[in-house]
Design a protein around this ligand. Structure first.
Ligand code: HXC
Length: 259
């Protein structure tokens, strides 16, 4: 039985844990309560050995960002230390299982930043990305300038963050923000297909690949290559790697056990 939450819905489909933001009247704006619930659900799935991959999605829209009404009452120090979005964004850096964002409608401001903190993004044709904080006299504060610059390059990141214009799904795909654009009615089906495919792989290899790719954004190439090399040799010692290679030689499907 899944826990009951107020502003999110949680579901599991086989080995995939799904978190759905559900404050549709406010376009899933992220107030403290909602973010606390999302963190609780994601951390729960992270600890759950029955879950291999997660999907974050939203009812009607992904999210219109930080709850502006709530944010407008925070003092700068409160915002710096307790901004729920900053807490979520930091938490995402420590999640070892792959997280896929399945996005329809608006994913703007903090909503866009949280999508960018996921590992892959599947978007429906109506999805709309953007960092409109500039229009509030603000700026992205949960990774937008940093992750976008790394993902789409300096010039485009400047344009997106300085104009606040919204980027439709097709353009987001062309820019490399989105892995795949699909018709709206197929969004969850496609996200689940991707999640289940990854869930069928050797879990330690999945974890190490995610870790190593993320490292590419934190280190120089020399250190990154060394890090990857060490993880590769460590993986060779796993039962799953032995089974994977044995199965290849015996021309059969491998049975992975996560050991
Ligand atoms: C609180 C919000 C909201 C938000 C929408 N709503 N976005 N409430 N915070 N971020 C509410 C509206 O007030 C309205 O409530 C209802 O949701 C529907 O929104 P509309 O504006 O009527 O919808 P629409 O005309 O379709 O326009 C959609 C929209 C627009 C273009 C996405 O809502 C919008 O610009 N929202 C703000 C987006 C934004 O600036 N996000 C960045 C936030 S700052 P009522 O009660 O009137 O019906 C941020 C910083 C993160 O995210 C960094 C933190 C560290």
């Amino acid at each position: 039985m899944e826990k009951k939450y107020e502003n999110i819905m949680v579901e599991r489909v086989e080995e995939v844990g799904i978190v759905k933001i559900n404050r549709p009247a406010q376009l899933n704006a992220l107030n403290k309560k909602t973010v606390e619930e999302i963190i609780d659900a994601i951390e729960g799935f992270e600890k759950d050995p029955g879950i291999k991959v997660m999907i974050i999605t939203g009812s009607n829209h992904f999210s219109a960002g930080a709850d502006i009404k709530e944010m407008s009452t925070l003092s700068p120090i409160e915002a710096l230390e307790k901004s729920p979005l900053a807490v979520w964004e930091k938490m995402m850096e420590n999640i070892k299982k792959p997280v896929i964002a399945a996005i329809q409608g608006y994913a703007v401001g903090g909503g866009c930043e949280l999508a960018l903190s996921c590992d892959m993004i599947i978007a429906s044709e109506d999805a709309m990305f953007g960092q409109p904080e500039i229009n509030l006299g603000l700026m992205p504060g949960a990774g937008g300038t940093q992750r976008l610059a790394r993902l789409i390059g300096k010039q485009k990141a400047m344009e997106v963050c300085l104009t606040g214009r919204f980027i439709p799904a097709k353009e987001a795909y062309e820019l490399g923000i989105v892995n795949k654009v699909v018709p709206k009615e197929l969004l969850m089906q496609e996200a689940l297909k991707l999640a289940k495919e990854i869930a069928s792989k050797a879990p330690i290899a999945v974890e190490f690949i995610k870790d190593s790719i993320r490292k590419a954004f934190e280190t120089n190439l020399k250190e990154g290559l060394e890090y990857e090399r060490r993880l590769f040799y460590l993986l060779l010692s796993t039962e799953d790697a032995k089974e994977g290679m044995k199965a290849f030689i015996e021309k059969r499907k491998p049975v992975f056990k996560g050991r």
